[in-house]
Structures are given as structure tokens and as C-alpha cells.
Design a protein around this ligand. Structure first.
Ligand SMILES: Nc1nc2c(ncn2[C@@H]2O[C@H](COP(=O)(O)OP(=O)(O)OP(=O)(O)O)[C@@H](O)[C@H]2O)c(=O)[nH]1
Ligand SMILES: [Mg+2]
Length: 259
């Protein structure tokens, strides 16, 4: 793999659509790019997977073999995926000269918070991995939603400790004014705190002031990269952030494959 990017995020934030759109954008730029689906429970994918974990792990077979309902089966399937990653190494060799986008399971805890996940990322991608935390622009447009997604981003980064980016997806659903406000909160934590306190009149100010100030002191929360996977916007910035972590910012020269 030239490099790989793992789309990780809460259910429905747009991981699969982001993966599809990033592949489309990368190929349009001339980069060989593949998408690998790591969600054994995916019923529909908005792309043709170049590698699909469902060929190896079937949720319905896990349900019948372990006598589990869909939720229990999701957990077992996620653990089977993480524990048996060796079977993925061979088929993924085909993509040695590609960028590979990994679309991860629907619920974030099934990937980010399972024991073996960081090891899986290391084994599949080594130092060539970057994590794209996918958050939701509509949620980010409220102060509490903005804060909670930053905290979740920090939680994910602390699990993997890989180069990471905070992708704010679905930007087409918020207004320019809301976007400006989000940018303002990123620049000025006092403004964020003020807005947060207006929204949550009854909370303990000092506790949240501490959390919000920590955003500016430790750089873990970083700046969000606004994206619309629907409209294919913002992907230059995703690519720059990704290539910065692999190559220090220089384009990697690959040629587009016909197939
Ligand atoms: N408006 C808009 N909708 C989007 C965007 N990205 C994704 N969606 C929609 O959000 C819904 C969920 O998208 P998915 O890509 O399936 O999200 P996911 O995170 O992979 O979902 P799970 O794997 O089921 O957790 C779908 O209806 C998408 O069409 C976007 O940029 N803009
Ligand atoms: Mg998905």
C-alpha cells in the first residue's frame, strides 16, 4: 500500500459514502485507489468493494452458528475480523501499489474500542496508516455537538495513535453562517465556551471550561476538515492531510490503472 486511510466514526456519519467519494476523487486525480469494506454487517455499500470482508465473514452465518441476535452477532463478527486479520493480508497484497481506503463497521465501538483494532491497523498498514474520523456537520453546528464530537475524536486518536484527521462530513447540510460559526469556535475557545454556556444553562461551568480550554492547549482535537461526500467537496484537503502524514506533503506519483 502506498498509504491507507481508515474511515472511522459514529453510525450514519457517512463513512461508506466518504470512502466511495474519496476513491472517486483520488481516481479522478490519477491515483490508483481501492476501497476495502471492513463492515461484516453492511447491508448496502455505495461503492463496488475491491476487498470485502463479507466474503470471509457472514453476519447471518455468525448469527446461526453462535445462536445470536443481530447485535450480539455484530460483536462476534467484529472480533472474528480483528482476530483473523492474517487471512486479509494475502488478498490485500494485490493493492501494494494503491492507496487503500478502509471503510470500518457502522458502530464506532465495534472497531475503535475493540481490543485488537490498533493491532489490525498496524498489521495491515504499518506506518502507512492514517485515521479519518468522520463527524457530522449538523451535530457540530451546536456547541454541545461540536464539543462531544471533538471528545470522541480525541478518544479515537488515543486508541490508534496514528496520524489522524477530523473530517466534518455533510457540510452541504449546514449554512455558510453555521460554517463560519464552527470556524470561529475552532479559532477562539472563549467563543465556544460562551456559546456552550448559552446552550447548557445548568451545567457546571468550570468542568466544561477545562475541557474546552484543553482543546487549545493540546493539539489532539486539531482543526476539522469540512467535506461533503455527497457533493464531492473538500477532498483536496483530505488528500493533503493524508499525503502530509505519508510523504511529508509531496505527491506520490502513481498512474491510473485501467481496470
Ligand atoms: N447530505 C449528505 N448526506 C450524506 C453525506 N454523506 C453521507 N450522507 C448520507 O448519510 C447516510 C449515511 O451514510 P453512510 O455512508 O451509509 O454512513 P455510514 O457511517 O457508513 O453508516 P453506517 O455504516 O451504517 O454506520 C446516507 O443516507 C448517505 O446518503 C453528505 O456528505 N451529505
Ligand atoms: Mg457504512
Amino acid at each position: 500500500m502506498i498509504g491507507s486511510i481508515y474511515a472511522v466514526g459514529a453510525a450514519g456519519t457517512g463513512k461508506s459514502t466518504f470512502s466511495a467519494s474519496l476513491k472517486e476523487w483520488m481516481i479522478a486525480q490519477g491515483f490508483d485507489t481501492a476501497v476495502a469494506n471492513l463492515d461484516p454487517g453492511a447491508e448496502y455499500l455505495p461503492y463496488d468493494a475491491d476487498f470485502d470482508i463479507r466474503d470471509m465473514i457472514s453476519l447471518s452465518e455468525v448469527m446461526s452458528e453462535y445462536s445470536l441476535g443481530p447485535n450480539g452477532a455484530q460483536i462476534v463478527a467484529a472480533d472474528l475480523l480483528l482476530e483473523n486479520f492474517q487471512v486479509m493480508l494475502k488478498p490485500l497484497e494485490e493493492f501494494d501499489d494503491y492507496y487503500v481506503i478502509f471503510d470500518t463497521p457502522g458502530q464506532i465501538e465495534l472497531f475503535a474500542f475493540r481490543q485488537a483494532a490498533p493491532q489490525l491497523v498496524d498489521s495491515l498498514s504499518g506506518s502507512r496508516a492514517t485515521i479519518a474520523f468522520i463527524s457530522d456537520a449538523v451535530l457540530a453546528s451546536t456547541p454541545s455537538g461540536f464539543v462531544s464530537q471533538k471528545l470522541l475524536y480525541g478518544a479515537v486518536v488515543s486508541r490508534f495513535f496514528k496520524p489522524s484527521m477530523n473530517v466534518m462530513n455533510k457540510c452541504d447540510l449546514i449554512s455558510d453562517k453555521e460554517m463560519d460559526t464552527i470556524k470561529e469556535w475552532e479559532e477562539d475557545t472563549d467563543k465556544l465556551l460562551e456559546a456552550y454556556m448559552d446552550e447548557k444553562q445548568k451545567t457546571d461551568k468550570s468542568y466544561f471550561a477545562g475541557i474546552i480550554r484543553a482543546f487549545s492547549e493540546i493539539n489532539v482535537a486539531g482543526k476539522v476538515i469540512p467535506v461533503s461526500s455527497r457533493d464531492l467537496l473538500g477532498f483536496e484537503d483530505v488528500y493533503s492531510s493524508m499525503s502530509m502524514s505519508f510523504t511529508g506533503g509531496e505527491d506520490t506519483d502513481t498512474s491510473l490503472k485501467d481496470d
